[in-house]
Design a binder for this molecule. Structure first.
Ligand code: SF4
Length: 377
């Protein structure tokens, strides 16, 4: 299938997206999201992990977890970089061997970030400890501009104040923070107030997570495509002024808006690919990211619940590189409907997780994107 040459990048490393700086996603993800446990003291209304008070039977043992870190080293061939590992949950602070796992990762040269839940376990001392042991960044969730909004999602009173306090302690410790905010039909109107609130604090980036109706999130309502487009355009605007980077999760067409604006302004494809925004180009479920569950199951992302195997039995490197589903998710020419013919699909590609949630087919079009691709010449 042909595409406008002005937009479509080449595949110098073969089929599969390649970041403009040359990172070949068919060889190695940029980020391995590793759910250390699904134990958590919170019970958030949208939780992908459907977190529970106690660890599930069958979670990876310490030895199995360290074997996974050894396996991850196999992603880096000569001249290739290692993926970054985001230790998530549940609440990763509920794993008693967390210090051992962080030490094992950093000793192997693997960069680690942490996604702790905001519970009494996230103390000032622990945040400074994270910095000390080499955690490169943490993420915190903030889903409302007031305690009433936020605690209504997190279901535990006091979490709003504790989150802002943790944000400020992390800044004091010199630990970069990504704030994650859930975007749904009911929370979208609060985004400008959340932006104003965050502008008074120090953070590295703000990620707007566009709800996918899975796990507990199926009780909430996604935005309509038109409303999502308006939120994305608004985010582009405030992102230009913000003291922190504004990005999206599972709304890949945010890149289409940014790239289209640059092309309209007369930039060439090469200039767009040299723009800082191109760092995110191509990243989507199974392309540049991969997810390992607390039980060791490997899925293209935490929001696309199709297991391609288990790290207790198979190599993560092999599963990521060679599983047929993973390979198809890296080849936009296999996508169907509008995403299949879209002139932006190498840079965007849509949410494969949302396509699956809505249609049962991860290669279908992303139903959140209202864009009509230009006719292919
Ligand atoms: S149609 Fe698909 S590939 Fe094109 S911008 Fe929308 S989500 Fe992205």
């Amino acid at each position: 299938m042909s595409h406008p040459a002005a937009v479509r990048p080449a595949h110098p490393h073969g089929i599969g997206s390649v970041r403009p700086d040359g990172w070949a996603y068919q060889r190695s993800p940029m980020i391995v999201y590793w759910e250390l446990t699904n134990a958590c003291g919170l019970a958030c209304r949208h939780c992908r992990a459907t977190a529970m008070p106690d660890p599930a039977p069958g979670e990876l043992s310490t030895a199995q977890a360290i074997a996974l870190l050894d396996d991850i080293l196999g992603f880096a061939g000569p001249g290739e970089a290692l993926p970054h590992v985001v230790m998530t949950g549940g609440d990763p602070l509920r794993r008693g061997d967390l210090p051992e796992l962080i030490a094992a990762a950093t000793a192997r040269g693997i960069g680690v970030s942490l996604a702790p839940a905001v519970t009494p376990l996230l103390t000032r001392e622990r945040i400074f400890w994270m910095k000390e042991v080499g955690i490169q960044a943490i993420s915190l969730s903030l889903d409302g501009s007031t305690a009433a909004y936020h605690d209504g999602v997190r279901m535990v009173p006091g979490t709003f104040d504790a989150t802002l306090e943790a944000l400020d302690i992390a800044a004091e410790a010199g630990l970069p923070v990504q704030v994650n905010t859930l975007v749904t039909a009911t929370t979208a109107a609060d985004l400008p107030a959340i932006f104003d609130l965050l502008s008074g604090h120090t953070l590295q980036q703000w990620s707007l997570f566009f709800l996918i109706s899975i796990g507990r999130g199926s009780e909430l309502t996604e935005l309509s495509p038109g409303d999502a487009e308006r939120v994305l355009a608004w985010a582009q605007g405030v992102g230009r002024e913000a003291s922190f980077r504004v990005k999206t999760t599972e709304a890949m067409h945010y890149r289409r808006l940014g790239a289209a604006a640059l092309l309209r302004a007369g930039k060439t494809k090469e200039q767009v690919e040299a723009h800082p925004m191109s760092r995110a180009f191509g990243i989507r479920d199974g392309n540049g990211i991969v997810f390992v569950s607390n039980l060791g199951d490997v899925t293209p992302s935490g929001f696309l619940p199709l297991s391609v195997g288990n790290v207790k039995e198979r190599s993560l490197v092999e599963l990521y590189r060679h599983d047929p589903l993973m390979r198809s998710l890296r080849d936009p020419d296999q996508f169907k409907g509008r995403c299949g013919v879209c002139e932006f699909h190498d840079w965007c590609g849509g949410s494969r997780a949302r396509a699956y949630a809505w249609t049962g087919d991860p290669l279908e079009s992303d139903p959140l994107c209202p864009y009509t691709p230009k006719p292919v010449s």
